[in-house]
Design a protein around this ligand. Structure first.
Ligand SMILES: [Cu+2]
Length: 435
């Protein structure tokens, strides 16, 4: 529903939320649970819910043309049959996703299972889930979202960083081990996450649950749609303030040039709690590339829209062409076309090619998880979050990435798209049907 909240002091912002206020309820469920939700759309426009990272039947997945109109209702019913992890939900209507997410529609969907519980990871006050988003504000206090053509090309960036819908947030934490589950829920902005005291932290999980082993890092890049699950030890930070910030990074085209703060943690007094980082986290069976029956290549460079052609179009031509400003394999999204047909259960390698591109594209699969095989060009290697099960793959300009998956047994239509939401809404999406 639409409500007003105070994000900036003394100003009211009209937001959308899955109940009251911005964002939505955090679901915490167990593997094996059955979900039954009655969804009512009290907005003035059609919408739906995509359960990002859940492996559920296509009719429950929020297919772009499968929407609930104003005043309408829909029953989301599905069972949870997948590994523990930090998943989320947000709208996915054809052409309106960016605007609806920007206005506040997004929420957490956390799955727990026995494998994870056995690790006794920090929980309670020491398990903190937050979504990072950037926004622009009008003087009135409302969100300012009217992307220009140039902003549709790069993605839309806000100059205010919100965490769980709050501006300039801080959180009291224990001066011990903390588990942070972080979603990048921004339309287009990447964050190169690090702590202001430059301390190391441990990546323990990614889009679809735990890694096999913790990996120590000092920063981790998180693109729109991706999640990171990390452990950080604030034992040395008794009564101190630590900022989570985004550091500069290379190779990101228009992004990565500035460092900025995201949120503040205030560590409390010394605690007696002890925690030992586990040596191993989870069992992940690697899919053997030789078991793949098909290799599909997706050109996401959008090279035809760059350089002279883009510049030579006049404003009218560009406006007419919002749909089609981004493509996959040169084809703009059409809800009625099946672009790829896949046999249920088939193992396939999908190769994303941004080698000629000059934009950042976080590509996201619905209804299936995948494993990374390799990255060629650009950064030339895999980062910590890419060593577990994933649903989103980041391609910087100049990069090519191969992923592998055994497709699910759920038959029907799903989408593959860029999770830069301006790119998605301007055509960078395709339908694949599992038969
Ligand atoms: Cu993109």
């Amino acid at each position: 529903m639409q409500t007003q909240v105070e994000i900036l002091k003394g100003k009211k912002t009209n937001v959308y939320g899955y109940y009251d206020g911005m964002l939505g309820k955090t679901f915490v469920v167990n593997k094996g649970d059955i979900i039954n939700l009655r969804f009512t759309n009290s907005l003035q426009q059609a919408t739906n819910i995509h359960w990002h990272g859940l492996i559920i039947p296509p009719e429950m997945d929020g297919f772009p043309s499968h929407v609930t109109g104003p005043g309408g209702t829909f029953k989301y019913q599905f069972s949870i049959n997948q590994r523990a992890g930090t998943y989320w939900y947000h709208p996915h209507p054809d052409g309106l996703t960016a605007e609806q997410v920007m206005k506040g529609l997004a929420g957490f969907f956390i799955i727990r299972d026995e494998e994870e519980a056995a690790l006794k990871l920090p929980t309670g006050d020491s398990e903190i889930a937050f979504v990072i988003q950037d926004r622009r504000f009008k003087n009135s206090g409302d969100f300012d979202y009217a992307p220009t053509d140039e902003e549709i090309m790069t993605g839309f960036f806000g100059d205010y960083i919100l965490v769980n819908g709050a501006y300039s947030p801080y959180k009291d934490v224990k001066a011990g081990w903390n588990r942070l589950r972080i979603i990048n829920g921004s339309n287009a902005r990447l964050y190169n996450l690090a702590f202001s005291n430059e301390q190391e932290f441990f990546v323990i999980g990614s889009d679809a649950g735990l890694l096999t082993v913790p990996e120590s890092v000092k920063n981790i890049l998180l693109s729109p749609g991706e999640r990171v699950d990390l452990l950080v030890d604030f034992t040395q930070e008794v009564n101190k303030e630590i900022f989570l910030q985004s550091e500069t990074f290379n190779g990101g085209g228009v992004q990565g040039k500035d460092a900025f703060r995201i949120m503040k943690f205030k560590a409390g007094p010394k605690t007696n709690e002890t925690f030992t980082l586990p040596n191993t986290l989870s069992a992940i069976t690697k899919i053997n590339p030789s078991s793949a029956t098909k290799i599909r290549t997706f050109d996401i460079s959008n090279a035809s829209m760059h350089g002279e052609k883009k510049m030579s179009m006049d404003q009218k031509e560009k406006n007419k062409m919002k749909m089609g400003m981004h493509t996959i394999n040169g084809i703009a999204y059409d809800a009625n076309v099946i672009n790829e047909t896949i046999t249920a259960g088939a193992t396939e390698i999908w190769e994303f090619d941004n080698s000629k591109g000059d934009e950042i594209h976080p590509m996201h699969f619905h209804g299936n998880h995948f494993q990374f095989l390799e990255r060629i060009g650009g950064r030339g290697k895999l980062i910590a979050t890419e060593k577990g099960w994933k649903d989103t793959v980041l391609l910087m300009p100049g990069e090519k990435v191969k992923v592998i998956t055994a497709f699910s047994q759920f038959k029907g239509k799903y989408v593959l798209h860029c999770h830069n939401l301006e790119h998605e809404d301007s055509g960078m999406m395709l339908n694949f049907e599992i038969v």
